[in-house]
Write a protein that binds this ligand. Structure first.
Ligand code: SF4
Length: 437
């Protein structure tokens, strides 16, 4: 199912990596070069209000923002362990292995995911993103959950593409509210040959990037040339979800194939843009489909840098919104999915996405404990309701979270810095096993 050029793309990128892992021969087996770690926080860095409230001079070192450079630091690393939990970044997962993780008793799964999260991330750092619909409704696709398809009679009225200035103003508001990544979504099957609209989108990308925000787009299917132009304009990431397992997918969407989606992801990867790719719970799928989706994501030649996990927001007039067979996704199902994603893709940012409004603060906390480290803020997620900015600020204060600055790599995990993580290296690359104290 996975196009071979995805594999060749990864091989090409891998060959361009310059591993900077070296042995210190001492307590640490993984040394991060001073050039690789960003310990500076200059005054012109975009810092949201939560980070700004911290003592910046004491901020922990950061990993490189570029995911290829970041991954290269760990090329010789085999696995990590802490508190009896072992994890590694690997692409050879079997479906059965992922199913076994997914079906563990909840208390065990949560402990493991939370420990893996602490081995690779600073659990207090949670990125805030804003998603704006720059072109709403009128989409020719038949995604059975979507309010924007012309095939469903919903409350959504098609609107033309927003003007560049309007989008930049929205990005400015998002930045002021603490967001450090701005995503622009258009209800299209594909970018196709929409030359004028694409020109405007490139302007939007340049403008938002110029404001110091990370920029993401979700515009449907892309070809290689379009991906290249978006990259040149300063696009940080491209979102294109697989939604569900390959087996369940045809029951949800008939107008484009799973293969089409994988091809777009390959084009994005080839252009050197970060891949954001996840799914939706509540599409009438079974647990085996949730495992199936995670299996596809975790066996891509490179894990997506970002995996959004959504809970269906049922919209009246859509086939899934009107179906009596679809029940609401509960917090435990979300936490189980997030926790499994965290374990099988330890270095991926897992984004708690649509559906948050239906979860209490305590339920959302469960999802952060499971390993989520990003949310979407703002009162709307494309066309569906989302918690207000103020609500999320209160949530961050309550949980003690800080936002992640834009264009900065993640902080080195405090557990790693404190020497609590045992790191084993690939045989032959260095001392086979060294541990932190
Ligand atoms: S999910 Fe995207 S592609 Fe599918 S109908 Fe909605 S806007 Fe169109």
């Amino acid at each position: 199912m996975i196009p071979s050029r995805l594999a060749s793309s990864a091989a090409r990128r891998l060959s361009q990596w310059r591993p900077s892992v070296s042995s210190t021969g001492g307590m640490r087996c993984l040394s991060l070069s001073p050039q690789a770690l960003d310990t500076s926080v200059s005054s012109d860095v975009i810092i949201d209000r939560y980070v700004a409230s911290r003592v910046v001079a004491e901020e922990s070192p950061r990993l490189p923002n570029d995911s290829y450079e970041r991954n290269a630091l760990y090329e010789a690393e085999e696995e990590r362990s802490m508190g009896g939990v072992t994890a590694s970044v690997r692409q050879n997962w079997t479906r059965d292995e992922i199913a076994e993780i997914f079906h563990q008793p909840f208390y065990e799964l949560m402990y493991k995911a939370s420990t893996v999260h602490r081995m690779y991330w600073d659990p207090s750092e949670v990125q805030q993103c804003t998603l704006l619909s720059i072109k709403t409704g009128g989409c020719s696709e038949d995604c059975s959950y979507c309010s924007q398809s012309t095939r469903h009679k919903t409350f959504v009225k098609p609107t033309p593409t927003m003007k560049v200035q309007e989008v930049l103003e929205a990005a400015q508001r998002a930045k002021e509210a603490g967001s450090t990544r701005f995503c622009m979504g258009a209800a299209w099957r594909e970018l196709g040959n929409k030359k004028n609209a694409f020109g405007h989108i490139l302007e939007m990308v340049r403008g938002v990037n110029g404001m110091g925000l990370e920029v993401c787009c979700t515009l449907g299917m892309l070809n290689a040339e379009q991906a290249k132009q978006l990259k040149e304009a300063g696009l940080s990431a491209y979102n294109h979800n697989l939604d569900t397992s390959p087996e369940h997918y045809p029951k949800v969407i008939s107008t484009r194939s799973y293969e089409d989606r994988l091809n777009t992801i390959a084009n994005v990867r080839d252009a050197g843009i970060s891949v954001c790719c996840g799914g939706i719970l509540g599409l009438g799928e079974e647990e085996k489909d949730r495992v199936g989706l995670l299996h596809v994501l975790a066996t891509l030649p490179e894990h997506p840098e970002s995996v959004p996990i959504n809970a269906l927001v049922a919209v009246e007039g859509t086939p899934l919104g009107d179906s009596e067979d679809i029940s609401r996704v509960d917090a435990f199902a979300m936490a189980r999915m997030i926790a499994t994603a965290r374990i099988v893709m330890p270095r991926t940012m897992v984004r708690l996405s649509a559906g948050r409004l239906s979860f209490s603060d305590a339920e959302q906390y469960l999802m952060f404990q499971a390993g989520a480290n990003s949310i979407f803020n703002g009162d709307k997620l494309l066309t569906t309701a989302n918690p207000e900015f103020d609500q999320d600020q209160a949530l961050f204060r309550k949980f003690g979270f800080q936002g992640k600055p834009a264009h900065k790599g993640p902080r080195v995990a405090p557990a790693e810095e404190q020497g609590k993580v045992a790191i084993t290296k690939v045989q032959g690359t260095n001392n086979v096993e060294q541990q932190y104290a």
